[in-house]
Design a binder for this molecule. Structure first.
Ligand code: EPS
Length: 390
């Protein structure tokens, strides 16, 4: 069973990712993992922190001689910024006068709900763990999940559909997504250059006005066979699993599969993807004129690309803060402000790729099993043969 967890605080010494259940014999491409981490750090609208960090997946266990060995894998991701926080955020008791209190909760952030829940008198510990810095650890694990899926012929990437009011309409073909994700410079990871410039102008505007902006990313999984997930039990439906996984990312407030939102307002005849047949096509010869379902019908992958969108609220740390209340005095004050990003839509897209990859890897292992890649791939080839002769 594939399981994965993260630990670590935004300004602590390091983040640590744990992933257990990957079969033995998977080749681990360190450069690929580090490039994934680099991709997550990019995007116009990132703040000063990304100039400090240079994320690297330091594998501590579970990989020997370049391959997984079936044991749990732990990955250490150093926070370079820790050196500025050793006195204000020590593991030991330290000097309370040096602690950096977060005196007033930010509307939209976990600050207030977290302080109430954990009985903290201010929000420092809340933001330390709620911070999207944690998604670094998810991307390290997601990189491993992607390498596993790649062995099965499955790739997962993302692109940006919207920043604020600037929205790219229509379906972006897979090849175009591959091309933009391969670039060595990432502005806003939008497939349309003109739209990307408009998105940049939106970010420029909020930068100037002390505000923040959200947007929409789309994760596409290509090469997914039919049959992952099942309609047979509610908690095994692939759409539910993906929605939960993507929604769990910091700042995501809505998730859509295929044309989900528009489908609610359209007649069935305009929504559903008609079924055709051409013997040499796809996994089992069935064809579709379009993919409004986003590759999932009845909670099961149907062999088309899986398309999942995440809708991101604007970052809740504002340079021109909203009203809040001082934790101690209960007087109206401005919400706390610390250095922050103003737009993280491309970075969130990379985080969501990881969550989709981890979810698909878990479903693939549920279906095909295997303690070694040899065994998993043999089972997988058997299933592909079954589909071909369906
Ligand atoms: C974040 C606040 C900022 C972001 C951070 C998420 O960090 P800092 O407080 O150090 O300026 O840059 O994101 C990351 C560190 C990251 O790696 O994505 C927050 O409060 O959520």
């Amino acid at each position: 069973m594939l399981r994965y967890f993260t630990t670590g605080e935004s300004h602590g010494e390091a983040l640590v990712a744990f992933i257990s259940g990957l079969p033995a014999g998977l080749t681990v491409d360190q450069a690929f993992l580090d490039r994934e981490l680099w991709r997550r750090q990019q995007g116009f609208g990132r703040g000063g922190r990304m100039k400090i960090e240079r994320d690297h997946a330091h594998i501590l266990s579970g990989v020997r001689h370049g391959k997984t060995i079936g044991s749990p894998i732990s990955i250490l991701l150093e926070n370079k910024d820790w050196k500025s926080w050793t006195e204000s955020l020590p593991v030991e008791e330290g000097d309370p006068a040096k602690h950096k209190r977060v005196a007033s909760p930010r509307p939209g952030h976990a600050d207030l709900a977290g302080a109430l829940k954990y009985n903290f008198s201010e929000a420092r510990y809340v933001l330390e763990r709620a911070s999207a810095r944690e998604s670094t650890a998810r991307v390290a694990m997601g990189g491993l999940a992607k390498l596993f899926l790649r062995a099965l012929g499955i790739e997962v990437l993302s692109h940006i559909v919207a920043v604020g009011n600037t929205v790219l309409h229509g379906e972006v073909p897979w090849e175009q997504i591959v091309a933009i994700c391969a670039k060595d410079e990432i502005l806003l990871n939008c497939a349309n250059h003109e739209m990307e410039q408009k998105m940049k102008a939106e970010v420029d505007h909020v930068l100037r006005t002390g505000d923040t902006v959200g947007g929409i990313f789309e994760v596409v999984a290509h090469g997914v066979p039919p049959g992952l997930g099942t309609y047979a039990q509610w908690d095994e439906r692939l759409d539910g699993l993906l929605a939960g996984a993507v929604m769990s990312l910091q700042a995501v407030k809505a998730v859509e599969i295929g044309i989900g939102v528009a489908a609610a307002a359209a007649p069935g005849s305009a929504v559903h993807d008609e079924i055709g047949y051409a013997a040499s096509s796809g996994f089992a010869g069935f064809t579709r004129p379009h993919n409004n379902a986003g590759g999932i019908e009845g909670g099961v992958s149907n062999g088309e690309d899986i398309r999942v969108r995440g809708y991101l609220k604007p970052i809740s740390t504002l340079r021109r803060p909203l009203k809040s209340v001082d934790f101690e005095t209960r007087e109206t004050v401005q919400a706390a402000y610390e250095r922050s990003d103003v737009c993280v839509v491309p970075a969130a897209g990379v985080g969501a790729e990881s969550m989709v990859a981890l979810t698909l890897a878990r479903c693939a292992l549920d279906k095909f099993g295997g303690d070694s890649m040899h065994e998993t791939l043999r089972n997988y080839q058997g299933y592909l043969g079954q589909l071909k002769s369906f």
